[in-house]
Design a protein around this ligand. Structure first.
Ligand SMILES: *[C@@H]1O[C@H](CO)[C@@H](O)[C@H](O)[C@H]1NC(C)=O
Ligand SMILES: *[C@@H]1O[C@H](CO)[C@@H](O)[C@H](O)[C@H]1NC(C)=O
Ligand SMILES: *[C@@H]1O[C@H](CO)[C@@H](O)[C@H](O)[C@H]1NC(C)=O
Ligand SMILES: *[C@@H]1O[C@H](CO)[C@@H](O)[C@H](O)[C@H]1NC(C)=O
Length: 647
C-alpha cells in the first residue's frame, strides 16, 4: 500500500503521464496481484452518512475479485462484514491510528483499545500498527527500547503488521539512514518478529527479509570487493576521529583510510580537509585568530592545518556537518536538505595522528590494509617547507610497515601522479591514482601512463554511469577498460542518505551498491557507511541460481522509460575523456625552508631556523600554484558549501 504523504524529496517527473485512477476490477485485470490483494477501508462511517455502503460493495465485488485482506480503523465496520464472507474469505486487519485518536464508532482511544487485545480478536485476526507502537522514539528521533506489543498480540492470537515504512522518510538515527537496518530491527532482533510490513518501497522490504535477515557476521561472503572507509565510519561519528575508525573496523571495513594533513610542527595526522574549520570547532577555540586567506585554495579565509601545531590540533573538538553539506561534489541534489547525522555524537571522538591511526589498524585482525591519501604536496613543500611524502614514509617505517608482509597492506592514494611516482621510487607500497574529474572515457595512452605509477584507480560514481538529470541512462566503459589493463577500480563516494543517490536506486543504499557491484563490476566501494557495504557481501540472494527480482541490479534508464516526453530531464553536457596529457604531472618541487610566519597569533614555527630569504624561485611558485589549483578543487568546493546552512 502506497501512502501518499507529500514527501517533497520525491520527483515530480512522473506527474504528467496521464495515469488513470484504477477501479478494483482494473487492478485485478491489469496488474494481476499475485501474492495477494489487500483492500483498505478508511472511512466507512463517513460513507454511511452519505448512504454509501462499503460492506455491501465489498461483498458484491468479492464475487468476481479475490480479496485476501480487508483492513479498517473502524470497529463497527468489522461487525458489519463479519459473517458476510465465506470461511476461506479475506483476513480482517484492524488498523490502529494514533494512540490519542478516538476510534469513531466506539469513542475509545486507540491507546485504550490496545490494552484490550482480546476484544480486537473478536472481530479481527491481525492488527496493523504504526512503527512507533513497537519502537517508540525519543524527542531526538532515537529509538527507545521496544514495547512488548508484538509478544502481547501473538499471545492474544493476533498477527502484527506494521505501517509507516518509507526509505526516504522517518528513519530513526539508530539506522544510519539504512532502510534495510530498519526492517531487520522489526524481523530479526533476537526477541520477536512482526508478521508483515507495509512499505512505500516494497523492494527493500522483500530484500531485507529474504536476503539479509538472520545472517551472522561470519556468514560466507557471496561476493568480494574491498570496503574502504572514507574518513572512517564518518556517517556515524565525526570523520577521522578514533571513534569513526573504531566503528569502521567493527563494521567490517577491509581498508580504513587516512587523509594525511600536516601540522605546523611537521606531524602528519588524519583529517578530511586541510581547512580545520571544515570539521573541527577551531573557530570557537583560542586559535580562531589564525585564519588566513591562502589564494591558492580560496578567496575566503580558513584556518589551515599547517597554522597550528599538533599539540594544538589534537585537543580541538571535532564536529559533523549536516550530511548534505558533506555530500560528494557529484551530489545531484542541490536542495538544502536538513538531514543530520547521529546528532548525539556531533562532537564525539578525538583527532588522531597518522602514527596512532597505524597503531589502531595494526591492532585489528579483520583489516586487510590501510589507505593513506596524500595531497597538496607541492604547495606544502614550496610554501610551508613541509614534506608530506617523507613524513608519511618515516611514520610508516616507525610503525613497522616496512617488511614485505606489512608493506603490502599499505595503499597510497593521490590525485597527483608525481606523488605516486615518488612513493614508488622510495618504497614497495601499493599506489592508487584518483581521477578527480567526472569522465566518460580514458585513452589507451592515458591508461598506459597510469600503469607507470599506480596499481589501482579511484573514480567518482558519476564516471561509471551516464546521466540525464538525476537519472542514469547508460554505462560508461571506464571500469571495463581500466580492468582490462589489470587496474582494479575503486569508486567513491557512497553514502546512505537517499539524497546522495539518483532516484533509480529507490532511496536504498544497498540497491545502489548492488548495481555498482553486480552490474558495473567495480572492485571497491569507498564509503562513509562501511557497515552497509560490508553487510551486502553476505546477502544470501547473491549465491542463488536465480536472483530474485528485488536483488537484481537497477538498469540505467529504467525510470526514464516511465516518463512522458515533456517530463524528461534535459540532456547533460558529456563528461571529459582523460588522456595521458591529463595524467602526467611535472616532478614535485623541492622542499623550501619555511618562510617566517605570516600567520597572526601563531605560537610555534616549523623546526629549523626560519630564513628571511626562503622564497622559492618564482618559477617554482608558479608551478606549485598551478598544481595546487588542480589538486585543490575539493577544498574550494568545501568553501562554496560552507554557508550558514551548514553550521
Ligand atoms: C440518506 O438516506 C436517507 C433516507 O433515505 C435520507 O433521509 C438522507 O437524506 C440521505 N442522505 C444523503 C447524504 O444522501
Ligand atoms: C467521546 O468520549 C469523550 C471523552 O470520553 C467525550 O467527551 C465525548 O462526549 C464522547 N463523544 C461521544 C459522541 O460519545
Ligand atoms: C538508539 O540509539 C540511542 C543513542 O545511541 C541509544 O541510546 C538507544 O539504545 C538505541 N536504541 C535501540 C533500540 O537500539
Ligand atoms: C590494541 O589492543 C589492545 C588489546 O586489545 C588494547 O589494550 C590497546 O589499547 C589497543 N591499542 C590501540 C591503539 O587501539
Amino acid at each position: 500500500i502506497s501512502v501518499s504523504r507529500g514527501i517533497l524529496s520525491r520527483t515530480d517527473r512522473f506527474g504528467g503521464n496521464g495515469y488513470t485512477i484504477l477501479t478494483i476490477q482494473n487492478v485485478t485485470e491489469q496488474i494481476k496481484p499475485q501474492g495477494g490483494f489487500w483492500l483498505h477501508v478508511q472511512h466507512d462511517a463517513f460513507y454511511e452518512q452519505h448512504n454509501l455502503s462499503m460492506s455491501s460493495f465489498l461483498v458484491s465485488v468479492s464475487r468476481t475479485v479475490s480479496i485476501d485482506f480487508i483492513s479498517s480503523p473502524e470497529v463497527n465496520f468489522f461487525k458489519k462484514i463479519t459473517g458476510r464472507f465465506k470461511r476461506n474469505g479475506p483476513s480482517f486487519v484492524f488498523q490502529f491510528l494514533g494512540k490519542e485518536d478516538f476510534e469513531p464508532t466506539t469513542n475509545r482511544t486507540y491507546g485504550s483499545i490496545l490494552s484490550n487485545l482480546g476484544f480486537v480478536k473478536t472481530f479481527a485476526s491481525k492488527i496493523l500498527v504504526p512503527k512507533s507502537y513497537i519502537f517508540p522514539l525519543d524527542d531526538k528521533q532515537y529509538l527507545l527500547p521496544p514495547t512488548s506489543l508484538v509478544q502481547d498480540a501473538h499471545k492474544a492470537g493476533l498477527e502484527v503488521y506494521v505501517s509507516g515504512f518509507a526509505n526516504d522518510n522517518d528513519l530513526a538515527y539508530n539506522y544510519s539512514y539504512d532502510p534495510v537496518s530498519e526492517y531487520l530491527s522489526f524481523v530479526d532482533n533476537g526477541d520477536f518478529s512482526v508478521d508483515g510490513v507495509i512499505s512505500d518501497f516494497p523492494m527493500t522490504a522483500s530484500a531485507s527479509i529474504d536476503c539479509f535477515s538472520h545472517i551472522g557476521r561470519n556468514a560466507t561472503k557471496q561476493v568480494d570487493f574491498l570496503v574502504i572507509s572514507k574518513n572512517g565510519a564518518s556517517g556515524d561519528f565525526p570523520g577521522c576521529t578514533n571513534l569513526a575508525y573504531e566503528k569502521a573496523i567493527k563494521d567490517g571495513s577491509d581498508v580504513i583510510d587516512c587523509s594525511v594533513q600536516m601540522s605546523s610542527d611537521g606531524t602528519p595526522f588524519c583529517l578530511s580537509s586541510i581547512n580545520l574549520e571544515d570539521s573541527t570547532m577551531v573557530t570557537l577555540s583560542p586559535f580562531m585568530n589564525r585564519a588566513t586567506i591562502i589564494p591558492e585554495f580560496s578567496s575566503v579565509d580558513g584556518i589551515c592545518t599547517f597554522s597550528l601545531t599538533w599539540p594544538e590540533i589534537k585537543n580541538l573538538t571535532p564536529f559533523f556537518l549536516p550530511s548534505f553539506c558533506a555530500a560528494s561534489i557529484s551530489n545531484r541534489y542541490q536542495s538544502p536538505y536538513n538531514m543530520f547525522r547521529n546528532p548525539n555524537e556531533r562532537n564525539s571522538g578525538k583527532l588522531i595522528s597518522l602514527s596512532e591511526f597505524l597503531e589502531l589498524a595494526k591492532n585489528s585482525t579483520s583489516l586487510s590494509g590501510v589507505l593513506i591519501r596524500v595531497e597538496n604536496t607541492a604547495y606544502l613543500r614550496v610554501k610551508q617547507g613541509l614534506d608530506v611524502v617523507k613524513a608519511v614514509l618515516d611514520t610508516l617505517i616507525e610503525a613497522g610497515y616496512n617488511n614485505g608482509k606489512t608493506a603490502s597492506k599499505v595503499i597510497i592514494q593521490s590525485t597527483d601522479s608525481s606523488v605516486l611516482l615518488d612513493f614508488k621510487k622510495q618504497s614497495k607500497y601499493k599506489t592508487v591514482y584518483k581521477i578527480q574529474e567526472f569522465i566518460r572515457d580514458i585513452s589507451d595512452y592515458g591508461i598506459e601512463e597510469i600503469k607507470e605509477f599506480a596499481n589501482a584507480v579511484v573514480i567518482n560514481k558519476d564516471s561509471v554511469f551516464h546521466y540525464s538529470g538525476s537519472f542514469p541512462n547508460g554505462q560508461t566503459n571506464v571500469v571495463e577498460r581500466l580492468q582490462k589493463s589489470q587496474l582494479p577500480v575503486y569508486v567513491e563516494l557512497f553514502q546512505n542518505e537517499f539524497v546522495s543517490q539518483p532516484y533509480d536506486f529507490f532511496s536504498d543504499a544497498t540497491i545502489e551498491i548492488n548495481t555498482y557491484i553486480s552490474l558495473a563490476g567495480i572492485n571497491g566501494i569507498i564509503t562513509e557507511f562501511p557497515f552497509t557495504a560490508a553487510r551486502y557481501k553476505r546477502n544470501r540472494c547473491m549465491g542463488r541460481k536465480e536472483t530474485p527480482p528485488y536483488m537484481e541490479p537497477v538498469k540505467p534508464g529504467a525510470l526514464l522509460a516511465y516518463m512522458s516526453p515533456q517530463s524528461l530531464p534535459p540532456a547533460e553536457a558529456p563528461n571529459l575523456i582523460i588522456t595521458d596529457a591529463d595524467v602526467i604531472e611535472p616532478p614535485l618541487p623541492p622542499v623550501t625552508e619555511k618562510v617566517p610566519t605570516l600567520l597572526p597569533g601563531a605560537s610555534t614555527l616549523a623546526p629549523g631556523a626560519p630564513s628571511t630569504n626562503a622564497q622559492a624561485p618564482s618559477g617554482q611558485i608558479r608551478l606549485a600554484i598551478s598544481l595546487v589549483l588542480f589538486v585543490f578543487f575539493p577544498f574550494s568546493s568545501t568553501y562554496l558549501i560552507s554557508s550558514p546552512l551548514c553550521s
